[in-house]
Design a binder for this molecule. Structure first.
Ligand code: CO
Length: 606
């Protein structure tokens, strides 16, 4: 039986290598050629494409899908959907899930690949029902993870775990199952074992999605094919390998004339390759890889996704503590174990990473992000392994929603959101696609809609290549925090490519060596070096960030440990506590203000 192929070039390929920045107009010229190649499906939407289209490209994400649907008429279009989180970063209410899937299906999605970062089937339930009702193809997804042993097995992520999950998914009405190996951790022989066993126990087709990150993906795909996988994900060579998918070209030749022949014409692929090769020249600044090696061997060592290490380095740079990276890398498996071994995939990878940075800089669980509290409380779903009771106690000690974790489906707790969103943007639009944009991204979405309807102009800084300095997984950013990791050493350059000129911001990578120029010192000349504490009873920002809200007012009495301000830092919300008992003399910053490390947030008197 021939093996089928899903092409990821228009979604995961450029999300992995170019921070999702490929514009629709750079894809449309080959859309019809791609349609004629004979792919099983083309993944064109979902993940960060929704977010980035609005945030950086000023494109309507719905319009992109509509355009593809017009040009690609034979090949089914596929999207990646984050279960109850859809294409956003939190669990939405059921009415949003239903409306979104309904619209996505109507506008052009034929295959919905649905996953939950914790493999919690309850977070897939509502999306699965909606896809089934719409008559579209429901693919439910096993997020592949390992523990510190680094391979399939052990007490959690063993063969039985995946077989049991897949069975649950099949019973939920899945039309197919996908193994999603987002960090490139699935080794060739584990793939062989996993695929053989799943093929034995399932009656529905099986697909493999893997990333090249660790260098194993081509071998893994080949072994999966030998084991009988029905569909594999590949990418066109110009956007393949590195942290993206394996390339299709060598696979075509490897299987040519054999019983697993892909049945795809290499000459047709060569034509679209040529096009991509030329159009991607202008995106070169985004291919920002500090390493010579195209393989990230650290992933094999630590099981930590490459993008996560990049984010950690950036966070440590902001905290002026780049020398502590190895401590943070050691802390990650410890936290992960304590928190029930969540797979290191968005958003858990950021949450665990930021907590590891906090633990190393300020002491273990001295500062806990609200997201980690929400997770331990059960708002993200059920953890793969039980969270240690003593850890739960520490993390939920002063949590506003309660000290005992919930056991029900988190989606049950969310109030309907569509009507409120409708009301909120009624002056701008009554279109359901716009209402969904707002429901998913209240801040970013509203900004975008104001531009779309001409209320606000397109910001000046939008050039041909938008914000190349923000290469860090845009998929990982929160709604209100773009481009947090740009350092103050950024310089602007004019770059000439042929006859075009691009304005590019360049951030030197050697700033992580700890060499600082004097300008950084001038930012906060007289700040004490210690943590978020003291000198004249000042409450200091432990890290740079944005003030989300002030919990207390001037004149109010506070106890030591009580939250003064909630800060968004390292893409996480963190409560900054009072270091002493006292009375608030002054609150220094309004919500929305940017603060630097050691800026005074509040002044207390005793
Ligand atoms: Co992927």
């Amino acid at each position: 039986m021939a093996v089928k192929v899903t092409d990821t070039t228009f979604r995961d390929g450029h999300q992995s290598l170019l921070a999702t920045r490929l514009k629709t107009t750079d894809m449309t010229p080959i859309a019809q050629d791609m349609d004629s190649i004979g792919f099983h499906s083309m993944e064109v939407w979902g993940g960060a494409t929704f977010d980035v289209a609005m945030r950086f490209l000023y494109e309507d994400p719905w319009e992109r899908l509509r355009t593809f649907k017009k040009l690609i008429t034979k090949t089914p279009l596929q999207m990646l959907l984050r279960g109850q989180s859809l294409v956003g970063y939190r669990n939405y209410a059921d009415d949003v899930v239903e409306a979104f899937i309904d619209r996505a299906g109507d506008v052009g999605i034929d295959i919905f690949r649905v996953f939950d970062a914790l493999n919690d089937e309850r977070n897939l339930e509502r999306a699965a029902t909606s896809v089934n009702q719409s008559g579209k193809h429901l693919q439910l997804t096993l997020c592949y993870s390992v523990t510190e042993e680094g391979s399939m097995g052990g007490s959690i992520y063993n063969l039985q775990y995946y077989l049991d999950k897949a069975k649950v998914f099949e019973d939920m009405g899945a039309d197919s199952i996908c193994i999603k190996d987002m960090a490139g951790l699935l080794s060739p022989y584990d793939a062989f074992e996993l695929v053989s066993s799943l093929k034995n126990s399932l009656d529905i087709p099986l697909q493999l999605h893997t990333h090249y990150t660790s260098g194993m993906a081509s071998m893994t795909v080949l072994k999966a094919i030998e084991a009988g996988v029905d569909v594999v994900d590949t990418c066109l060579a110009p956007l393949a390998l590195r942290t993206a998918q394996p390339a299709i070209e060598p696979l075509i030749i490897s299987l040519k004339g054999r019983d697993k022949d892909l049945g795809i014409d290499l000459d047709k692929i060569a034509l679209v390759d040529d096009y991509m090769e030329s159009v991607l020249q202008t995106y070169r600044p985004l291919l920002d890889t500090p390493n010579i090696s195209v393989i990230d061997t650290k992933v094999l060592q630590h099981q930590i996704p490459g993008g996560m290490t990049t984010n950690l380095t950036a966070q440590l740079r902001e905290a002026e503590a780049t020398d502590r990276l190895s401590e943070v890398l050691d802390e990650i498996p410890v936290i992960r174990k304590e928190l029930g071994y969540p797979p290191l995939v968005t958003p858990m990878s950021q949450m665990i990473g930021s907590q590891a940075v906090s633990n190393v800089l300020f002491g273990r669980y001295q500062m806990i992000s609200n997201q980690i509290k929400d997770y331990v409380y059960g708002l993200y779903g059920r953890s793969p392994a039980k969270i240690d009771d003593s850890i739960t106690k520490v993390i939920l000690a002063d949590y506003e929603k309660g000290n005992t974790p919930i056991t029900e489906r988190p989606g049950n707790l969310a109030e309907p959101e569509i009507e409120k969103s409708q009301e909120a943007i009624k002056e701008l639009s009554e279109n359901i696609d716009d209402i969904l944009i707002y429901a998913l991204y209240p801040t970013l979405g509203l900004n975008f809609l104001r531009i779309k309807y001409g209320v606000d102009p397109i910001p000046e800084e939008i050039k041909d290549i938008s914000n190349p300095s923000d290469t860090g997984n845009v998929s990982d950013s929160n709604d209100s925090s773009a481009a947090l990791h740009k350092s103050d050493k950024t310089k602007m350059f004019n770059v000439y490519v042929g006859e075009k000129c691009y304005l590019v911001e360049v951030d030197p990578v050697n700033s992580i060596t700890g060499i600082r120029d004097q300008s950084t010192e001038l930012v906060s000349p007289d700040k004490p070096k210690s943590n978020n504490v003291r000198r004249n009873n000042e409450v200091l920002a432990p890290l740079p960030g944005i003030v989300v809200k002030n919990i207390v007012k001037a004149g109010q009495k506070v106890n030591k440990g009580e939250t003064i301000t909630v800060l968004e830092s390292m893409k996480m919300e963190t409560s900054v506590p009072s270091p002493i008992d006292g009375t608030i003399k002054e609150i220094k910053h309004e919500p929305g203000s940017k603060v630097l490390k050691n800026d005074v947030l509040a002044i207390l008197k005793t």
